[in-house]
Structure formats: C-alpha cells, structure tokens
Design a protein around this ligand. Structure first.
Ligand code: NAP
Length: 227
C-alpha cells in the first residue's frame, strides 16, 4: 500500500474536525467535507483547522490515500460505493439512536455496523477505529510516542496489511493501539460496551478486550449469537 500522506475526512462535525486537527499536527495533508457545499464549511475549517482544505466528498476522496468516515452512521448510504472504490477507509462511526433513529432502520441486526459498512463499500478496505473515544478525549489526550499515560485505541479489520497500516497511522495521530484482525470485533467497542466512551491506556484497553466475553455486554452478544 502507498505511504499515507493525504488524509481525507468525510464529515466536518465534532469528530471530523478533531481528527483533521490531529492529522494536520501529525504532518499530513488534510481535506475535509460536509454534507453540503464547500462554502458552508469553509469558515469553520479556516477557523478551527487552518491549513486543512475544505472540499466536496469527491474532492476529498480523489486526492486522499486514506478516507475517514466521520458522518452519522445513518448517512453512510448517501455516499456511493463507487466513490470509495479501491480506497483504504477508516470507519469511525457508531450507531447512536439520538442521531440515527431506529436501529432496525439503520442496521441489519444480524451483523455488526462495520461489517455492513464493509459490505456496502465492497471495493474498499474498511478498518474500524477512532469510534470508541469521545471527541474531547481524542482532542485532549493525543500524546507523542512513549509519553506517560498515553491512551490507546482499538483498531480492527479483516485485512491484516490494512490494519497494520492504520495502526501505524493511529500511532502518528497520538495514540497507542490494540489490534485485532477481525472487523466483526468492532462490536467490542460499540455503544453498550464497556469501552464505548472510555479513554484507557494500552494495558487497560487490552485487558478489557481480552476479557470481553466476561463483560456484561460481551455476555449479551455471546447469548445473542448462540440463541
Ligand atoms: N461525537 C463523538 O464524540 C464521537 C466519537 C467517536 C466517533 N463518533 C462517530 O463519528 C460519527 C460523526 O459523529 P459527530 O459527533 O462528529 O457528528 P456531527 O457533529 O453531527 O457531524 C457529522 C458530520 O457529518 C456530515 N455529513 C453528514 N452526511 C454527510 C455526507 N453524506 N457526506 C459528508 N458529510 C456528511 C455532517 O454535515 P452537515 O452538518 O452538513 O449535515 C457533519 O459535518 C458518528 O458516526 C459518531 O458515532 C462520534
């Protein structure tokens, strides 16, 4: 895979803006889009992420080595799969009832959200990360490698090479990583899980992941699978 230099972010909301700030600080070229016109987000970007380029979704994707989905989960089908064809994609999305509405209308209950995102963008390589930490924590707790109390993010996907590449990217963004090679394991960090909203160091994150089946949420997921 080509070395990541250009980072594209779809979604100029709370998480999109913070990830754009972190990516810019890490030295990447950053392009970012919202759902409307470029003009609509231009002033916000100029003010909050000076140096990033506001663009259309097409403009963001065409010039990016990596595309981050930072939009409400209920909106991902507004983006045509063709647009992301061949791209390395980070899914930072979660189902959130207040924004997304009724779960069954957004997600098929038989699989995890990231699996559904991957099935939809079936010519792209999807890796899930950045989803489980609140945007304030992402903004305030990014630290250089080796810093004391550095926090960690879970990174998971089916394509090993892509997961390793995204883990290295996350490290440059200011976080340690705990890595799995199974996109369905994204469920371990979704709303309802102990890790959703948590901001933990790597040993603590690893510990919860390793004992996921023993957590209340893990037991529920396991029971659902064997039912
Ligand atoms: N908030 C958090 O702390 C947090 C942390 C981790 C992950 N997440 C996840 O990240 C995603 C975004 O959350 P958020 O809190 O950043 O939401 P948000 O503040 O509501 O921002 C969502 C952004 O997505 C844009 N958007 C919607 N449809 C789009 C499309 N088709 N193309 C391009 N942009 C589009 C919106 O643009 P308009 O305003 O023009 O509609 C808005 O800029 C959610 O899935 C959420 O679960 C959130």
């Amino acid at each position: 895979m080509a070395k990541i230099k250009n980072v594209g972010i779809l979604g100029a909301g709370k998480v999109g803006i913070v990830l754009a700030q972190l990516a810019l600080a890490a030295g990447y070229n950053v392009r970012i889009s919202g759902s409307g016109s470029v003009q609509k987000i231009a002033l916000t970007i100029e003010t909050l992420v000076p140096g990033a380029t506001p663009a259309t979704n097409q403009g963001v994707v065409s010039k990016s080595d990596l595309v981050i989905l930072a939009i409400p989960l209920s909106r991902y089908k507004n983006i045509k799969p063709k647009l992301l064809k061949g791209k390395l994609v980070i899914d930072a999305m979660n189902y959130w009832w207040e924004t997304d509405g009724i779960r069954e209308e957004v997600l098929d209950p038989s699989s995890t959200s990231s699996e559904q995102v991957q099935n939809y963008f079936n010519k792209s390589t999807v890796v899930k990360t950045f989803n489980h930490m609140g945007y304030h924590n992402l903004q305030e707790e990014a630290r250089p490698v080796g810093a004391e109390n550095r926090k960690a993010l879970f990174v998971t996907g089916d394509n090993k090479e892509a997961v390793d590449e995204i883990a290295a990217f996350v490290d440059t963004m200011g976080f340690d990583t705990v890595v799995h090679y199974n996109l369905a394991d994204g469920i371990m960090t979704e709303p309802g899980s102990e890790l959703f909203g948590a901001s933990l160091t790597k040993p603590d994150l690893q510990n919860v992941i390793d004992h996921f089946d023993e957590t209340e949420f893990g037991k529920k997921i396991k029971a659902g699978k064997s039912a």
